[in-house]
Design a protein around this ligand. Structure first.
Ligand code: PLP
Length: 704
């Protein structure tokens, strides 16, 4: 069972709405503008839906037109208000100099304001109304500026945080101001009373798909007497306010949802919704100690929880939840390696870590207790998975395996732990202060002592990781390179230091050696090309020749910054001309075919251990049954396997997979660049695989 906690993005279509849409398509399929029987049957549906909407919204007067969604409603309202301002200006009147919008508004609002402002040549200032720490508009600021405003846009409830605006407070300020008022009501419908008429709201757009109707249908309320300009002109439908043949299936479905809101039993009571939120919040607190709720519950929709967990990036938490079958979304847009902080949380002035790691959990008002109970159970299971993978402040019950090199990434910056599992010793290279908690968990969980904290940028012992964080896990007094030491021994490994060439005078490269020779070089932020000394024509300078002797042409170079997800390289690769990155994606059909071939591919799951715990690859991917080798090699320790995979025979295909295909593509591209051409990534990741049939298994064909 999938636990869908992304209702603020969209909702499934209510069965009653589906039925109504089918009826509109199959039985009342006529054009509501036709005057014959078929058309009239459709007209009845249309009129009924509008009448229900008027009752539910308390909008007996004014216009209520059906649109394609809220974005269209917003455009229509903004165009109407701005066209009115232009008319006044053209008539010689002095018009206000600005339009205002809440700083946490959905992007559709400021984008529409700027678009129509430019298109109509108005030259108005488009100003954001600041919000307080609680996410609510700064009413004093609004009071001070409303006199200069031609239009004020304040959403009813925020889509990221669920914060409900103080519409009564705003209404008090708007009264008599002369400014028009647009209230984006998308997230509030069905959850908050809007009192459109009483509050004197001029425009209120709605979207069907946020409330169990299909995508592509919405509504716009326009107060009686408020200026109006149609966005679409044509056949005169919707009383010529919005031309174009009506989306009857969508309108009928939306009508059915509104009917349910009015008299049905599909939606839970406000009390039940508050109870569900309390259950979810408690489960989150237990599963993720230290979890922070980014908006005050007292003034938020009970259906939206915006959370940040210390030490867990939004991507990490989303990957984990997804593996647990919980669909949620980032409170911020997450790039491959750099998290884009949420502008909503930034506007609220929340600390950077909260804005960058926020995850939104939102459920629909038609959810039932069973779903909520199951979600709570899975949160707890996710918490256990983190704990057993040393990613929780709570102690693991079983010892965790330790690879020689583990990579930690924060905002594109990479930190490495070079460890010997048997000796329980390690060295930390280039830690970020933000990783302190995570590193401390990692060390404590494995009982691993720190012999040194090294910095490739040359700041000898100025470790950005606070001593308190790892306290009694530090061996010796100094955190930096031990004075006068030639090398640091970490169990069976040795670490040596090489001065790095280039502009960073005091930079150092650290080399990790095993019994066979150099295993990896931590190159810091010395660009790989500079480290290689390549002049572009493949020739290396004298100093880089010395470096090559120390490092070796084929040793893996691991950088301290990896914004481009290159992961690892070698001097030899850096000196060779580099082409454009190749496509590495393959689909299930390709893999099925290879599974029937004479040389079976190797399938590698690069998800982290806590994800695999929640959804084991063998269960997701029936290819396991075919006898193909399945390996779990999390991206954080991938570097340890690269030498083995580079040595594979040319005809052995290696297919990486992960949740959505991003991390596996990184792994495949890295291995390809390092010389193994038959490296691939499962397009779309396991998410699509499990949604489909899975890869058909084939009998094992023994390799010749
Ligand atoms: N306003 C808010 C608050 C929203 O959440 C959304 C959708 O995410 C929109 C506007 C845009 O709605 P639609 O997708 O119907 O155009």
């Amino acid at each position: 069972m999938e636990i869908y906690l992304d209702a603020n993005a969209t909702t499934p279509v209510l069965p009653q709405a589906r039925q109504a849409a089918l009826f509109a398509m199959a039985d009342a399929f006529g054009n509501p503008s036709s005057v014959h029987g078929s058309g009239m049957r459709a007209r009845v549906l249309l009129d009924e839906a509008r009448a229900t909407a008027r009752r539910v919204l308390g909008a007996a007067s004014g216009q209520l037109l059906f649109t394609s969604g809220a974005t269209e409603g917003i455009q229509t309202a903004v165009l109407s208000a701005m066209k009115h301002l232009r008319q006044r200006r053209n008539a010689g009147e002095a018009i206000p100099g600005c339009v205002l919008y809440g700083a946490t508004e959905h992007k559709a609002v400021p984008e529409a304001l700027n678009h129509w402002n430019n298109l109509l040549g108005l030259g108005l200032q488009v100003l954001a109304i600041p919000v307080g720490r609680d996410g609510r508009h700064d009413l004093e600021w609004l009071r001070a500026h409303v006199g200069e405003a031609g239009l004020v846009c304040t959403m009813a409830a925020n889509n990221e945080t669920g914060v409900i605006s103080d519409l009564d407070g705003i209404a008090g300020i708007m009264k008599g101001s002369g400014a028009l008022w647009l209230v984006d009501s998308v997230q509030a419908l069905g959850k908050v009373e809007l009192h459109l008429r009483e509050r004197g709201i001029d425009y209120a757009p709605f979207s069907g798909h946020k409330l169990y109707a299909p995508k592509g249908v919405g509504m716009l309320y326009v107060r009686e007497g408020a200026p109006f300009t149609p966005l679409l002109a044509g056949g005169g439908q919707e009383s010529a306010l919005r031309s174009g043949t009506e989306n009857m299936a969508g309108i009928a479905a939306l009508g059915a949802v509104l009917k349910e809101l009015e008299t049905g039993t599909a939606f839970a009571s406000a009390q039940a919704l508050h109870g569900y939120r309390a259950m979810l919040a408690q489960a989150l607190r237990e599963a993720f100690p230290g979890v922070v709720f980014n908006a005050p519950f007292e003034i938020s929709l009970p259906t939206t929880l915006n959370v940040s967990v210390p030490g867990l990036s939004a991507n990490t938490l989303l990957n984990l939840l997804d593996a647990g079958g919980i669909r949620a979304s980032g409170g911020s847009a997450c790039g491959a390696s750099k998290a884009m902080p949420s502008y909503v949380l930034q506007a609220m002035g929340l600390p950077e870590w909260q804005t960058a790691s926020a995850v939104r959990l939102s459920f629909g008002a038609a959810e039932r207790l069973e779903m909520v109970s199951e979600a709570c159970r899975r949160f707890r299971a996710c918490g256990d998975a983190l704990r057993e993978s040393c990613r929780s402040p709570l102690p693991a019950t079983q010892p965790m395996a330790t690879e020689p090199i583990t990579r930690f990434v924060f905002d594109g910056a990479c930190c490495y732990v070079a460890a010997d599992a048997a000796a329980r010793e390690c060295v930390i290279i280039d830690p970020q202060p933000e990783l302190a908690g995570q590193l401390a968990q990692w060390l404590r969980c494995r009982g691993c002592m720190v012999k040194a904290v090294l910095d490739t940028h040359g700041h000898a012992s100025s470790s950005p990781i606070p001593r308190e964080a790892i306290g009694n896990l530090i061996k010796g007094k100094s955190l930096g390179w031990p004075q006068a030491a030639e090398e640091i021994r970490v169990g069976a490994y040795r670490l040596t230091r090489v001065a790095a060439p280039g502009p960073m005078g005091s930079s150092a490269i650290y080399l990790m050696h095993d019994a066979k020779g150099p295993r990896a070089a931590f190159t810091g932020n010395v660009p790989a090309q500079a480290a290689s000394g390549s002049s572009g024509d493949g020739k290396a300078s004298a100093s880089s020749k010395a470096l090559e002797e120390a490092i070796g042409r084929d040793t893996l170079l691991l950088p301290s910054h990896d914004e481009n997800d290159r992961f690892a390289t070698t001097l030899a690769i850096e000196r060779a001309p580099q082409g454009l990155p190749e496509r590495v994606e393959v689909n299930q059909a390709d893999i099925s075919q290879w599974l029937g071939g004479s040389v079976l591919p190797i399938l590698v799951d690069v998800r982290e251990a806590y994800e695999e715990r929640m959804s084991p690859l063998a269960a997701t991917w029936p290819a396991a049954a075919s006898g193909a080798a399945l390996e779990l090699v999390p991206l954080s320790v991938l570097v340890n396997r690269l030498p083995k995979w580079r040595a594979l025979a040319d005809d052995v295909r290696i297919v990486f997979c992960c949740r959505a295909g991003n991390r596996s593509a990184q792994a495949a591209r890295t291995l390809r660049r390092l010389g193994h051409a038959q490296s691939y990534s499962l397009a779309g990741g396991l998410t699509l695989l499990s949604a489909a049939e899975g890869v058909p298994s084939r009998p094992r064909v023994v390799a010749a």
